[in-house]
Structures are given as C-alpha cells and as structure tokens.
Design a binder for this molecule. Structure first.
Ligand code: HEM
Length: 181
C-alpha cells in the first residue's frame, strides 16, 4: 500500500489518520459523558478530565496534520458509480465533520480556561488560557461543547450508514477504499 493517495485509492497516511481520528472521537465522547456523571469523591473525578483534555488537545494537532496532508495529497476521485448529488452530499458532510471537530475543540478549550488555568497535556506541555472573561463562559461553552459533540456523533452515524449502504446495497468499493483497498 502506498503512503500517498492516488487518483483511485486512499494511501496509508490518509487511512491511518481517518481511523485514528474516528476511534479517538468515539472514545472522547464516551469518556466525556462518563466523567461528567462522576461524583467528587470518585478517584476518576480529576483523572477523567485530565485524560479528556490531554487527548482532546492531541487530537486537535492530529486533525491539523490531517488537513495539511489532505492539502498535500488530493483525495481520490469519486467513484464513477456515485451520482453527482451523492458526491456533493459526501463533500459537504466531510466539510461539516471537520468544522464540528474544530468548534468542539475550541468550545472545550473555553470551558477549561474559563477559570484562567492553562491546560496540561499529558504533563508534556501546557496550553495557556487566553480568553477567560466572557460572561458565563464555562456554562455556555459547556453547553455548546455537548450539543456540537452530540451533533458530530449523529452526523458520523449517517456518514457510516452511507458507507455501509454503498458496501452492502450498491456493492461498490467506497468502504473498501477507506481501508486502503
Ligand atoms: C468520528 C468519526 C469519523 C470522522 C470524523 C470521519 C471523517 C471523514 C472525512 C473527513 C472523510 C473525507 C476524507 C478525508 O478528509 O480524509 C471521510 C471519508 C470516509 N469515511 Fe469517515 N469519518 C468517521 C468515521 C467513519 C466510519 C465509522 C466509517 C464507516 C463505517 C467511515 C467511512 C468513510 C468512508 C467510506 C470514507 C470515504 C468516502 C469517499 O470516498 O467519498 N467513516 N471520513
């Protein structure tokens, strides 16, 4: 399997980044829901958010790398069997997925830094708090973060359902291509 995309196939880097981001998003969503239900005396009350924030900031960097890679190596062309409206819907969906990822990350940053504290990332480095004094910053950013994360998961379910429809009903190679085949 080649590293870069070709006109007909996704390369190893694009495939690895796609599945790394997908698995991380599902894990962060599950961790986020679970940790917000913990009570103060639970041993994970502080550890959960520490992992959620460290992984979230790392995901932000990975998504930047993914976007740079996408600009460097264009995506394979849509399959000839895809109708033009399907290709357009897929394109808009992919843009929305990226947009949601970024807005979720920014809102997460605003929740954490509302009290003027930097975000520690795995103890490797800190991301400083910059915007801290917006009215009700923590509550509003928290609400936006939850709504957008739920919207992202809903859109991903539709995106995955479309891929499965192509695989099992249309029997084309849409799904196989995102596994590099
Ligand atoms: C959080 C989870 C996911 C995100 C954020 C995501 C995002 C994306 C994006 C942005 C693309 C466009 C290609 C690119 O920019 O690299 C893409 C392509 C694709 N994804 Fe996902 N994806 C996720 C999960 C899934 C799942 C679970 C499946 C299948 C079960 C799937 C199947 C596909 C397929 C088949 C393509 C290629 C579409 C085409 O050729 O037009 N994705 N995905």
């Amino acid at each position: 399997m080649q590293w870069k995309n070709s006109t007909t196939r996704f390369g190893l880097i694009a495939v690895s980044l796609h599945w790394l981001v997908a698995m991380t998003v599902f894990s962060l969503f599950a961790l986020g829901l679970w940790m917000t239900g913990l009570d103060y005396y639970d041993s994970w009350y502080k550890q959960g958010p520490w992992w959620h924030k460290s992984i979230g900031i790392t995901l932000f960097l990975v998504v930047i790398v993914r976007l740079c890679w996408r600009l460097l190596t264009p995506l394979p062309a849509a399959l000839a069997s895809h109708k033009s409206w399907e290709a357009k819907v897929a394109h808009v969906t992919h843009l929305l997925l990226y947009l949601l990822l970024f807005t979720i990350m920014v809102s997460g940053y605003l929740i954490s830094t509302a009290d003027n504290r930097a975000i520690e990332v795995f103890g490797w480095f800190d991301v400083p708090a910059t915007i801290t004094a917006l009215p009700n910053q923590e509550d509003i950013a928290g609400w936006v973060h939850l709504i957008l994360a739920s919207t992202l998961i809903g859109l991903v379910v539709l995106h995955a359902a479309a891929a499965l429809k192509h695989h099992f009903i249309d029997r084309d190679s849409t799904l196989k291509r995102i596994f590099g085949r």
